[in-house]
Ligand binder design. Structure first.
Ligand SMILES: Cc1cc2nc3c(=O)[nH]c(=O)nc-3n(C[C@H](O)[C@H](O)[C@H](O)COP(=O)(O)OP(=O)(O)OC[C@H]3O[C@@H](n4cnc5c(N)ncnc54)[C@H](O)[C@@H]3O)c2cc1C
Length: 684
């Protein structure tokens, strides 16, 4: 069993400060504002990089709270959790500690797009995060509400018009100073809560919004463009009042897969996993939604909500006449509550009860806490650099929902990166960036800072052009080494472990490559596999090529060559995935190298980007048409032009160039032929 000594909140409270007085005038390398998913990762990452860090949050006991669904990961989001873990972040290990139901989503598709997901015990998750922060050297936690950011003139030696130098807390006249400030205030900036026709100020139920001072400083003093978004949460239902026999049982994975590369198993035993169920809405649900629309301010507002996690009201209005899925998910091992995923709603509480009772398992259900919506300010993220620093304000970094994203995983991913960069900036180290070709975090940040958002942004695998290389299984190889060697946010323990894994995998791949035999010899060894052999292509197959076959497992090869392959048993699944994806990834790698090689390739100035017969999005065509880059290298540096688009452009221009060269050669030959003919005729 996964063992960890959880430091209880009581001892946490005894070492953190609830009074800011003695910190006034003190200077930190980094101050992080907000103890949500972005803030906790940012504070821990900044401290790991070596910065003296202060985390200020409204209520210490809400550090690590899961505001909405107690779950982590999923399709696209699971990749982010693995990457945060690879950078030594907290959420993956917290998920392994708190998970009570594990499943890999998207299993029918290839492992590159599998989505590791877990239902969590809220209490355990919070305890783990609080305990980790307590044990993080160089990190101080302070309970308090930040009222204002301290702003001075910019340092003329650096880009930017202003410099943020610290924070001021509510009811405190003296500021606390810092070289870098990371704002991670989530849904709290000018937050208002909606339920029925009632509106009240709040960042989430039970929590006051962030003071208007921060929004005002961002908008008026720093001149940042801001917008407004909304989200919502479903009512929590008393578990005892639900008839589970009317819903379909959804079994968890028989063997839970840990999120963290440091864990070989999770805390919850496979047989102790909780149950999830699936049910569907009925026409009665649509009727109640329609009848209560006039009582529902949140739905009537034009503010954009999360398209891929919509309220039941939006689902019914967008897709009338359909029945919609509702997942019945546990809130914790000892919790009496059930989370009905898919039933986010903001109508008056009595109508919420009417609505849920239209769904068979909830015929007699009781609501413990009604659902509600929240509207909040966000900062248009195109004003940030790829290090998540505000371009116009030295020392100010933003991460999480404040940048227009939604979800714990998106927040955590930005948190690690903003925290690490804030620390590096404070310690006079250059910023570090992640590209779209090396991580989902790179894709997320690139999308935010180059395209911005018009609705709450969430991660999907389809956003990552190089998703076959950016797999959940290899996040450690992609990021841990960089995290240690270039960023400084990874412990040497994790680094050493990843080096061991990398070297062992490399040895195993070499061993597999060295096992070469003719197809008949392989058939003799593995009589059950169906090998399609194109003799004109190859007369010998390596173990690596054989492992690419769907019905061949590493264990099968190991049973045939135990002396050669047994040492690598622990990596059997990783080796299988590597074998399957390697040819494709090598092609992609070659594409990326080609782009680097062809940096100076000229792009014709008369090119009509709108009619190019290649796969480019309208958005990319518009950017290329507007800027008309002169070389491929210039095109790669255009915000919003993805590496995949560059590959298509490169192929098009290259093939066109080849065609023109051939045509030119043909013309030359024809000309030479004609001249020869002419001189022959003249001679005769
Ligand atoms: C009602 C609701 C519904 C949601 N629904 C979904 C959903 O359906 N799907 C989904 O993916 N995500 C949903 N989320 C979003 C998810 O909770 C967030 O995306 C995630 O928590 C964002 O993390 P964060 O760290 O940016 O902010 P948060 O987790 O919101 O944390 C912000 C932190 O900052 C602190 N803080 C704020 N202002 C100050 C200040 N001035 N001084 C000090 N501390 C401050 C707060 O106390 C809080 O601890 C929902 C959130 C809410 C509130």
């Amino acid at each position: 069993m996964l063992t960890k000594k959880i430091v209880p909140l009581q001892s946490f409270l005894s070492v953190v400060s609830r009074r800011a007085g003695h910190l006034a005038g003190r200077h930190y390398d980094v101050i992080v504002v907000g103890g949500g998913h972005a803030g906790t990762e940012a504070a821990a990452a900044a401290a790991r990089v070596g910065a003296e860090t202060l985390l200020v949050t409204q209520k210490i006991h809400t550090i690590g709270v899961l505001s909405c669904n107690p779950s982590l990961g999923g399709v696209g989001k699971g990749q982010l959790v693995k990457e945060v873990d690879a950078l030594d972040g907290l959420c993956g290990r917290a998920g392994d500690w708190a998970g009570i139901y594990f499943s890999i989503l998207n299993r029918r598709k290839g492992p590159a797009v599998w989505g590791p997901r877990a239902q969590l015990d809220r209490q355990r998750y919070r305890e783990f995060i609080q305990s980790e922060l307590l044990c993080t050297p160089r990190l101080t936690v302070l309970e308090g509400a930040v009222e204002e950011l301290m702003v001075t003139d910019a340092n003329p030696q650096e880009p930017g018009r202003h410099r943020v130098t610290g924070i001021r807390l509510a009811n405190d006249s003296d500021p606390i100073l810092a070289s870098s400030v990371v704002l991670t205030t989530g849904t709290f900036l000018s937050g208002s809560l909606f339920m029925g026709r009632t509106t009240s100020p709040g960042g989430r139920i039970g929590d006051a919004p962030s003071s208007a001072g921060i929004s005002n400083t961002l908008r008026d003093r720093l001149g940042l463009r801001m917008g407004r978004l909304k989200t919502g949460t479903p009512p929590r239902i008393l578990k005892d009042s639900v008839d589970f026999s009317l819903a379909k049982f959804q079994p968890p994975d028989s063997i839970p897969s840990p999120f963290s590369f440091l864990n070989t198993h999770v805390r919850c035993k496979p047989e102790e996993q909780q149950s999830c169920y699936l049910t569907y809405t009925t026409p009665g649900v649509e009727r109640v939604v329609r009848e209560t629309l006039h009582l529902n301010c949140h739905v009537q507002q034009d503010t954009k909500g999360p398209r891929y996690c919509p309220s039941i009201e939006s689902r019914v209005l967008r897709f009338p006449g359909r029945s919609h899925q509702v997942w019945l998910e546990p809130e914790g091992v000892n919790s009496d509550l059930l989370y009905p995923q898919g039933l986010t709603m903001t109508m008056p509480p009595e109508m919420q009860l009417r609505l849920i009772r239209e769904i068979p398992p909830f015929h007699r259900a009781e609501i413990h806490t009604p659902g509600y919506g929240v509207h909040y300010d966000y900062v248009c993220p195109t004003q940030l650099s790829p290090a998540l620093q505000v371009k116009s304000a030295q020392g100010l970094f933003l991460a999480g929902q404040i940048n227009g994203t939604t979800g714990y995983e998106e927040a955590a991913a930005q948190g690690v990166w903003a925290g690490a960069n804030a620390a590096r900036s404070a310690l006079s180290m250059p910023p570090v960036t992640l590209s779209r070709t090396e991580s989902y975090i790179g894709v997320l940040i690139d999308d935010l800072v180059t395209r911005g958002v018009t609705e709450p942004y969430r991660m999907f695998t389809s956003r990552a052009e190089f998703r076959t290389s950016l797999r959940p299984d290899n996040a450690d190889l992609r990021l841990t080494l960089k995290g240690f060697e270039e960023v400084g946010c990874v412990s040497s323990f994790r680094y050493q472990e990843t080096v061991r894994v990398r070297d062992s995998l490399q040895e195993a791949l070499t061993a597999l490559q060295s096992l070469t035999m003719s197809p008949p010899a392989w058939r003799k060894k593995l009589p059950d596999i169906r090998m399609i052999v194109r003799y004109f292509v190859c007369l010998f197959f390596s173990g690596m090529e054989v492992l690419q076959y769907q019905d061949v497992s590493f264990e099968m090869l190991e049973s045939v060559f135990p002396e050669c392959l047994s040492p690598y048993k622990e990596f059997s699944q990783r080796l299988k995935i590597e074998a399957v994806y390697r040819p494709h990834c090598e092609l992609q790698k070659r594409d990326i190298e080609r782009i680097q090689r062809e940096e100076n390739m000229s792009l014709p100035q008369d090119i009509d980007y709108f009619s190019l017969p290649v796969s480019l999005s309208v958005e990319v065509r518009q950017i290329l048409d507007r800027v008309r880059p002169s070389t491929l290298g210039a095109a790669t540096r255009l915000p919003g032009v993805t590496p995949a688009a560059i590959v298509h452009l490169l192929n098009y221009v290259w093939h066109k160039g080849q065609k023109e060269k051939r045509a030119h050669k043909r013309q030359l030959h024809q000309k030479e032929d004609r001249e020869e003919e002419l001189s022959a005729r003249n001679a005769s």
